[in-house]
Structures are given as structure tokens and as C-alpha cells.
Design a protein around this ligand. Structure first.
Ligand code: UD1
Ligand code: CA
Length: 451
């Protein structure tokens, strides 16, 4: 059956104390809303509607960036979750399939859980995702009888007896779309918050003779982000899950709790990740590569058997070839490091191509920026760049060419040539000793005058 996804994201998020709409705050390098959308979109919905309010334009921009087919309904005033869902109605007019309602600030819900809800639709008209709460607090309580869900009562409106219920409402609901919208029509706002509660649809459905049931998930999955502290908690949960997945997939993490992943990190088998490594967005590491301690990677691709770090920084556009080495205090940006090439120490390689098996000496810098424009450096296969070479781009060093240490290379170096571009050395016999003696004399005279 066709599915439509409705993601509620109109709330202000006052407790974030932020200029930014809450759902745009990032978890593992991606906005909260992107996480919720990814979980929902894993079910391949035919339609996706995001209900935006506060910061609607920024929310719309993100939704469009994720997929231009995502539609946005604007809820001008936040009158409650049922009112929010109602805003999606005009867009979904005539849609005959099921609707799944998610919250944009609940990033950890798993696609498997949503699949279980879809399966449960076979046995009930309305499916609500619930969880056993360690501290039920402000959550809505699920009033059940056997397998049937009778109603949901918000904490604010609950009796002391109802407050003792620990089975809580996650907010995720699934029903036939026309039925959902027709149930919402009947929701009023005569309650403690004066809001139109989506949760009221359960009792309304039951009164109509429809059935409702609960699918349970881990409390962790329903963690909603309302404050920076909760954002940090959600991040911790994400990282813990992701580390466990990496280990499960055959990645060695020497100290898992010190490695940080992004939402889209891809790591192959037999990769070894040493302690204190950060993967920013857009990183792929192939089989058998080694990411050594204290390295920071983002927007890059590391091929089979390459060794990165310790203390390396790979920035967007770094493409590291098979078996290549990028060592300590090396930064690579928008550059290909060819198979087997080595950049072992203290270098900056930006806007460049380094050929196969080339050797880049310590302290090499591609001077890629003239203050206005960026220029490229090309280094051929098996070239040998002497330590402390400045490569003033645009410049090319041919295959098997060499540059002498300390050279400032401003002109192309042909294949197989040696370029020396540094001042010639002069040697003054005895001058060092004479100079030192003179300096000591000056110092002694000064001390005499002052004392
Ligand atoms: C809601 C549920 C509660 C559940 C809890 C789980 C209702 C009435 N209550 O309570 O049973 O235990 O979530 O976290 O549904 N939103 C809008 N427009 C609105 C109101 C809310 O888009 O007018 C969005 C918010 O941005 C948020 C989500 O809906 O993403 C939930 O709203 P929130 O006000 O946080 O609901 P809770 O009071 O937490
Ligand atoms: Ca909430």
C-alpha cells in the first residue's frame, strides 16, 4: 500500500535557546530533521510532507536540498500536534494510502521499528508507537486493555492513577490517511494545554468502532530533542549505535568510545581506526585502510590499504589512493594522492594531484592561494619533492622529476629534471667562533655596566 510521511517540525524549541529552528540543529553532522526524514524515507513513501512553522523558510530549504519532491506545509500558529497534522491535509487531498506521522525533533527512531508499525497496520486501524519509560514524566500515557489501545492521556490531563502508567506515547502514529484526517476533524482543544492533541484521535477512533494497537520500541529511539543537553544525549546514543555497527561490520576500533562518526560515514572491512578519530560528513574508507590516532577526516575517500595519520587532517575533496600514506601533521584538501604515494610529515597539499608512488618531503607546501584565486599543483608519478619545497601554483612537476630541499618552485619542472631554486650556500671559515666570542664580550660589558 502507498504510504505518505508527515513530519511535524513547526515547534519553536524555546529550550534550545537558539536563533536557529530546533530541527536544524545537527546530530552526527546532519540536521535533526534529516535524521527523521531518513528513517521515514527508508519505507519508500510515495509522498513526504514536512509541517514547518518557526523558521519555515530554512526548514523548507533543507527539505528541498534533501529531495525536491518533499512538500512543505506551513503551520502559522502552533496550536497542537493534531492541528499540525491537519496542515498536511490539503497537500494530501485524494491520497488513498496510509499516513505515518513522525516528529522532526526525534532523530533516533529506526526504520525497522517503522516497518513493524506498517506490519501492525494489518491488525489494527490505528497504530501508535509506544515505549516503557524509565521516567514517564511529561509523556502521554497509553491506556491499554490487552492488545488494544483504548486512549492516550496527556500527563497534564492525567489522573494520579493514569500517571502511574509507564507505557508512554512516542508520538509516532500510523493510519489510513483519509481516516486520520477525518479523526482529526473531531479533535477539540478543551484540555489543560488548550491545544489540539493528536493523541485524542485514539479515543475518537475507538468510539467509531475502529481498532488501535501499540507497537513498542526502545525508549532510546523516541528520544526527542528539546534542549542542548538532550541534543548531546541523542548524539551519545547515535555514536554508541554507530560504533557497535562498525564493530559488527568488521571494523577494528581500538577505543570505540573515542571515535566519532557522521550520519553517512562508510567504512570497509578490516579497517583499523585508532583512538580519537573524528569522521565528519562524507567520508568513505575502503577495506584494510588504517586511520591512525587523532586524525580528522571529512568529505574524503580513502582507498584500500592507505594509512592516514596519526594527526592527519583530510578535508573535502581529498582522494587518497591505494596504499598511499598521509602522515603526521599533514593536511590534504581537494587533492588526489596517487596509489602508493607518500606525504609523511608536516605538509599541506591543496588543489593538487600527486602521481603514483611520488614522495613528498617533510614541510612541503602547495601555495595554492594568491589571496584571490586558487591554483592547482600537479606532481607526476614517482616524482621526489625535497623537504621544505614551496610549490607556487599553478605549477607542474613532471614524472620522476626532483626538487631540491628548500626550493621555491615557481616554474614547471620537466619530467626527470632536478630543480634547485634556493640561494647558493656560502662558507666563511672561522667566522662562527669569532662571532660568538664577540657576542659574549658584548654581554659581559653590559652586565658590568648594569651591576
Ligand atoms: C507529544 C505527545 C505526547 C508524547 C510526546 C512524545 C501530543 C498532544 N502529545 O507531547 O503524548 O508523549 O509528544 O515526545 O501529541 N508540533 C508542531 N506543531 C504544533 C505542536 C507541535 O509541529 O502545533 C511538533 C513539534 O515541533 C514537535 C512535535 O510536534 O516536533 C511534538 O510536539 P511537542 O509540543 O513537543 O509535544 P509534547 O508536548 O512533547
Ligand atoms: Ca516534545
Amino acid at each position: 500500500m502507498a504510504l505518505s510521511l508527515i513530519v511535524l517540525a513547526a515547534g519553536l524549541g524555546t529550550r534550545m535557546k537558539s536563533e536557529k529552528p530546533k530541527v536544524l540543529h545537527e546530530l552526527a553532522g546532519a540536521p535533526l530533521l534529516a535524521h527523521a526524514l531518513a528513517a521515514g524515507r527508508a519505507l519508500e513513501p510515495a509522498r513526504v510532507v514536512v509541517v514547518a512553522g518557526h523558521g519555515a523558510e530554512a526548514v523548507r530549504a533543507l527539505a528541498q536540498e534533501i529531495d525536491p519532491a518533499i512538500e512543505v506545509a506551513v503551520q502559522e500558529q502552533q496550536l497542537g500536534t493534531a492541528h499540525a497534522v491537519a496542515q498536511a491535509r490539503p497537500l494530501l487531498e485524494g491520497f488513498a494510502g496510509d499516513a505515518l506521522v513522525l516528529y522532526g525533533d526525534t532523530p533516533l527512531v529506526r526504520p525497522e521499528t517503522l516497518e513493524a508499525m506498517r506490519a501492525a497496520r494489518g491488525r489494527a486501524d490505528l497504530v501508535v508507537l509506544g515505549f516503557e519509560a524509565a521516567e514517564p514524566g511529561r509523556y502521554g500515557r497509553l491506556v491499554v486493555e490487552g492488545d488494544a489501545l483504548e486512549r492516550i492521556v496527556e500527563a497534564k490531563d492525567a489522573s494520579p492513577e493514569e500517571l502511574r502508567i509507564t507505557l508512554c506515547n512516542s508520538g509516532v502514529v500510523m493510519a489510513d490517511a483519509p481516516t486520520l484526517f477525518s479523526l482529526i476533524e473531531e479533535v477539540g482543544n478543551d484540555n489543560a494545554a488548550g491545544e489540539y492533541y493528536l493523541t485524542d484521535i485514539v479515543a475518537i477512533a475507538r468510539a467509531r468502532g475502529l481498532t488501535a494497537t501499540v507497537v513498542r520500541c526502545d525508549e532510546e529511539e523516541t528520544l526527542g530533542v528539546n534542549s542542548r543537553a538532550e541534543l548531546a544525549r541523542a548524539e551519545a546514543v547515535f555514536q554508541r549505535r554507530r560504533r557497535a555497527e562498525a564493530l559488527e561490520d568488521g571494523v577494528t576500533l581500538v577505543a570505540p568510545e573515542t571515535v566519532f562518526f557522521s550520519f553517512d560515514t562508510v567504512i570497509g572491512r578490516d579497517v583499523v581506526v585508532e583512538p580519537n578519530v573524528v569522521f565528519g560528513p562524507g567520508v568513505t574508507v575502503e577495506t584494510g585502510a588504517q586511520i591512525r590516532a587523532f586524525s580528522h577526516l571529512e568529505g574524503c575517500h580513502v582507498s584500500d590499504g592507505a594509512v592516514i595519520g596519526p594527526f592527519a587532517r583530510l578535508r573535502p575533496g581529498a582522494e587518497i589512493g591505494e596504499g598511499a600514506k598521509v602522515g603526521n601533521f599533514v593536511e590534504v584538501k581537494a587533492a588526489e594522492i596517487g596509489p602508493g604515494a607518500k606525504v609523511n610529515h608536516l605538509s599541506y597539499i591543496g588543489d593538487a594531484a600527486v602521481g603514483e608512488a611520488a614522495n613528498i618531503g617533510a614541510g612541503t607546501i602547495t601555495c595554492n592561494y594568491d589571496g584571490v584565486m586558487k591554483h592547482r599543483t600537479e606532481i607526476g608519478a614517482r616524482a621526489f619533492i625535497g623537504s621544505d619545497t614551496m610549490l607556487v601554483a599553478p605549477v607542474k612537476v613532471g614524472a620522476e622529476a626532483m626538487t631540491a630541499s628548500g626550493s621555491v618552485i615557481t616554474e614547471d619542472v620537466p619530467e626527470g629534471a632536478l630543480a634547485i631554486a634556493r640561494a647558493r650556500q656560502e662558507v666563511k671559515p672561522g667566522l662562527a667562533r669569532r662571532l660568538m666570542a664577540r657576542l659574549r664580550q658584548i654581554k659581559a660589558r653590559k652586565a658590568e655596566q648594569e651591576g
